[in-house]
Design a protein around this ligand. Structure first.
Ligand code: NAD
Length: 493
């Protein structure tokens, strides 16, 4: 198989790395390198930020928002046209299922269309000032150059949650994708080019977190960092940004409770539990990795869950028949196996899986069987720490109050599922759970129309929905005296 080469995309040009070095990107299903990626450093970052700053000053921030919106809508059309290709590149790079990625890349176009439409609808307001003879109004302005850092699990979708909002607001952008999955973001730049975005408006520098991500965060001409990734990296980025009083938005990890009450539609809840933890091989920030079951239904529910999980087809992510694909990266694979050992040592009982999958479809070496632990108490590490793999911790509860207490007793607060037929309970639970998203009788639903983000250690800020565009803007208050008056200059007016 021929190996492709992906250069940085800086100022509208495919650019070799200053270091002259490249690294491989690996197909996690075959374990084979399939492309070479430019290994960036601070020189590449400087170049990209300079291009973005120049494009901001001379073209993008002064372009009428209607024109910016039209480019985003055009880009949405190109995404729809090439969705199948983009989906295939993602699968080759991160091993997620084509059944999911094909639909996901197509749906991603909606974020570009939505913010394209919103671009010219951001209005300031006239303030009813209490000061006589003063006209006071507000205007929303872009921030400047925004740095975006993305993880490996859904590079293009997670970029879509940031990029169109930032561009519609008038910012220019430098993207640093994950070193494990850079290819799809660079493929996507071909569409940015074709849509006709001016040079320098969107740039991509690839490389490792410390060599490329950190210089982007620390660059004095970068006005904001929008980050998606682990809480540990998010913390480091927050600390580095704080040294320059630089705003950040952080979309971090989770340990989401999926809570099933005895009055729920049990078959639907079983499917919701499966979708919460085994979809995407558990490699999603919103994984419902803690399944809280009301004690009266615990045993029957677990029996049904095992039946469905056992039937999951493990194998080639490019096959539409496959349900569970490989783990994306070698360190992540090792981390999942380590957590299986930790759970066992802490006293949890493994009732399904618990080991690498080595069947004939496991071409590469990175498959883990769908795994279910019972006898888990919420203090165990398997209930407190994000694994990011197909490992489910089942925890019993007695009352609604217990469910809320256990559900909230973690550092994270990204999402929660609630399964019940009682509308009053659904409303009470959605109020009491300290998470950014609550799904009632469904799980793993996201949309360009609805804000997404974390409480507590799951992050800062929101993406998607109309309000999210303001996270890439700042508001200015303008005061105009309608008549000059001589007042005492030594006191506050
Ligand atoms: P990661 O934190 O290891 O890496 C994410 C990105 O940050 C990569 O591009 C990496 O190169 C870069 N990076 C790492 N250290 C850096 C530093 N010091 N300075 C600047 N950049 C740095 O995360 P990952 O393993 O790629 O992704 C998995 C994590 O992402 C999980 O914790 C998951 O929950 C989280 N995630 C969150 C969301 C969300 O929307 N909340 C969505 C998807 C994934």
């Amino acid at each position: 198989m021929s190996v492709e080469t992906y250069r940085h995309y800086i100022d509208g040009a495919w650019t070799d790395p200053a270091s002259g070095q490249w690294f491989d990107t690996i197909n996690p299903y075959t374990d084979e390198p399939w492309a070479k990626i430019a290994q960036g450093n601070n020189q590449d970052v400087d170049k990209a930020v300079a291009a973005a700053k120049s494009a901001y000053d001379t073209v993008w921030s002064v372009m009428h928002p209607t024109q910016r919106g039209k480019l985003l809508v055009k880009l949405a059309e190109l995404i729809e046209r090439d969705a199948a290709h983009l989906g295939e590149v993602e699968v080759r790079d991160n091993g997620k299922l084509i059944a999911e990625m094909g639909a996901q890349t197509k749906y991603m176009a909606e974020w570009y269309r939505y913010y394209g439409g919103l671009a010219d609808k951001i209005e300031g307001s006239v303030i009813p000032s209490d000061k006589p003879g003063v006209f006071n109004f507000t205007r929303y302005e872009p921030l400047g150059v925004v740095g975006m850092i993305t993880p490996w699990n859904s590079p293009l979708l997670l970029l879509a949650w940031k990029l169109p909002a930032a561009l519609a607001a008038g910012n220019t952008v430098v993207v640093k994708p994950s070193e494990f999955t850079s290819a799809s973001t660079l493929e996507f730049m071909k569409l940015i080019e074709e849509a006709g975005f001016p040079n320098g408006v969107v740039n991509v520098v690839t490389g490792y977190g410390l060599d490329t991500g950190a210089p982007l965060v620390e660059h004095v001409d970068v006005a904001k960092i929008a980050f998606t990734g682990s809480d540990m990296s998010g913390q480091k980025i927050y600390e580095a940004a704080a040294r320059q009083i630089k705003p950040v938005s952080l979309e971090l990890g989770g340990k989401s409770p999926n809570i099933v009450f005895e009055d729920a539609d049990i078959d639907a809840a079983v499917m919701g539990a499966i979708s919460g933890i085994f979809a995407a091989t558990g490699q999603t920030c919103i994984a419902g990795s803690r399944l809280l079951l009301q004690r009266s239904i615990h045993d029957a529910f677990v029996a049904k869950l095992i039946e469905v999980a056992k039937a999951a087809k493990i194998g080639d992510p490019m096959s539409t028949e496959t349900h569970v694909g490989p783990v994306t990266t070698p360190p992540q694979y090792q981390k999942i196996l380590d957590y299986i050992d930790i759970a066992k040592q802490d006293g949890a009982t493994c009732i399904l899986g618990g080991k690498p999958y080595t069947g004939p479809e496991a071409k590469g070496s990175q498959f883990v069987e769908p795994t279910i632990f019972v006898d888990v108490n919420n203090k165990m590490r398997i209930a407190q720490e994000e694994v990011f793999g197909p490992i489910l911790a089942v925890i019993p509860f007695d009352t609604e109050e217990d469910a809320i207490a256990i559900g909230n007793d973690v550092d994270f607060g990204l999402a929660a599922g609630v399964w019940t037929s009682d509308i009053g309970r659904a409303l009470r639970m959605s109020e009491k759970l300290k998470v950014g998203t609550v799904w009632v009788n469904t799980y793993r639903a996201v949309s360009y129309t609805s804000p997404f983000g974390g409480y507590k250690r799951s992050g800062i800020g929101r993406e998607s929905g109309a309000e999210a565009i303001k996270q890439f803007m700042q508001v200015k208050s303008v005061w105009i005296a309608q008549e000059t008056s001589v007042t005492n200059p030594f006191i506050l007016r």
